[in-house]
Design a protein around this ligand. Structure first.
Ligand code: AMP
Length: 411
């Protein structure tokens, strides 16, 4: 039995179903520029509506300080209607008489979107009075917003304590994929962690070394580890100033990033987790596309060079190791993938992971921040077992932290 309830445990017929969704989509000049998140909520909305439930959507948009027409959900509700292929009514407030009247007018199968929950301070404060005002509009609560589940807000957590609650289809898919990747994974498991800064991913690395068999560190983060191994990384992004001053701090016996990198290496060794760092890299003197670069050994970086991607030997080593793995968890690109040719390692490893996943040899779960765009850039976004579009929530899950919105759904 699952640890949480799903739509299969709910008979929504005739019920007012408050559904927390993620409508925090990118909007340019009033037009939704990427509808991925809208597409992801359709299965839940259709499931409830087709079984005669009244679908009342709750969501936040942006970070408004009070009511702000620029952050209204009205245009997004309209965009949702065209993706859904049925009308989506809109109420200009998510609580009170306006919302109550809109709910009262609903027929079974109707869909209503309530205005931005963050127009009320009680949302982020998880204020019991605000929770009660939301709860008054519904009979049951469905949470389909994994991406907001790391926040204990009224609509993401509070409601689950006052109404019968279950996970929507997207939340369910996300939790099942994550469980496959790190909860009860097929072994051996590899994690690839790349991206810009070590400081933002320390907890994540610390958690992963105790859970995975191989940890591949790439991107700007790898530079801090190379530095910790005593290598000179020139003017690479490696929170270099921090590291430089950290060395001085270290001399005084205080904590620093280089020391933390060493601690992570020691923790990995104790846990039997192999850490793979780049062996060779693409180095350049300027941070731009096609700057003129060379393939260099990690021990051979000049003072005026920066590391912008992993090199061919490193890519080969990762792919050879990946072929022996059964599960891959991926967060963060290997290089500055927005600038050619520094997308080479990310694209090559992504294509290898996609081929292994397609042939059924690998379960590959990826997500967080730029990872989705990096994998889409490699043209393999649809080939992974699961791609999480959640940023912060995916990273907090990788850190091993309980997510309040998920905890509140547990039986
Ligand atoms: P994150 O949001 O932490 O996943 O970081 C993603 C960003 O890291 C992307 O914008 C990449 O361009 C950047 N990045 C990855 N590797 C490097 C590198 N070696 N040097 C500079 N930036 C990098």
């Amino acid at each position: 039995m699952r640890s949480f309830r799903t739509l299969d445990d709910l008979n929504p017929a005739g019920l007012r179903v408050l559904v927390r969704v993620d409508l925090n989509v990118p909007v340019e000049n009033g037009v939704v520029s990427d509808a991925t998140r809208l597409e992801r909520i359709l299965p839940t909305v259709r499931n409830i509506a087709s079984r005669g439930g009244k679908v009342i959507l709750l969501a936040h948009f942006g970070r408004p300080k009070g009511r702000d027409p620029k952050e209204s959900l009205a245009p997004i509700a309209a965009a949702l209607a065209s993706h859904l292929g049925q009308p989506v009514a809109f109420a200009a407030n998510c609580i009170g008489s306006v919302a109550a009247a809109a709910v009262a007018a609903m027929q079974p199968g109707d869909v209503l979107c309530l205005e931005n929950t963050r127009f009320h301070a009680g949302e982020e404060k998880n204020d019991p009075a605000f929770v009660a005002a939301l709860a008054a509009l519904g009979d049951v609560y469905v949470n389909d917003a994994f991406s907001a589940a790391h926040r204990a807000h009224a609509s993401t957590e509070g409601l689950a304590h006052v109404l019968p609650a279950c996970a929507g289809r997207t939340m369910q898919a996300e939790l099942e994929a994550l469980d496959k990747a790190l909860g009860k994974p097929a072994r051996p498991v590899m994690a690839i962690v790349g991206g810009a800064k070590v400081s933002t991913k320390l907890e994540l690395l610390g958690n992963l070394v105790s859970k995975v068999d191989v940890l591949v560190i790439g991107g700007g983060m790898a530079n801090t580890f190379l530095s910790a191994r005593g290598l000179d990384v020139g003017k690479s992004l490696c929170e270099h100033d921090l590291v430089a001053t950290a060395r001085e701090i270290e001399a005084k016996g205080e904590h620093d990033l280089v020391a933390t990198a060493r601690e992570i290496e020691a923790k990995a060794k104790a846990a039997g987790c192999e850490i793979m760092l780049p062996i060779d890299v693409l180095a350049a003197k300027e941070f731009k596309a096609h700057p003129g670069h060379r393939i260099a050994d990690v021990s051979d970086i000049a003072a005026d060079e920066m590391i912008l991607d992993s090199g061919p030997k490193s890519i080969e080593a990762v792919i050879v190791r990946l072929q022996t793995m059964r599960t891959l968890v991926w967060n963060g690109p290997f290089g500055a993938f927005e600038l050619e040719p520094f997308d080479t390692a990310t694209v090559a490893v992504a294509k290898a992971a996609a081929a292994l996943t397609r042939s059924g040899k690998l379960v590959c779960v990826a997500g967080g921040g730029d990872t989705v765009s990096a994998l889409n850039h490699a043209g393999v976004g649809d080939d992974m077992t699961y791609i999480s579009t959640a940023g912060g929530a995916f990273l907090e899950w990788l850190e091993g932290k309980p997510l309040p919105g998920v905890e509140a759904l547990k039986r």
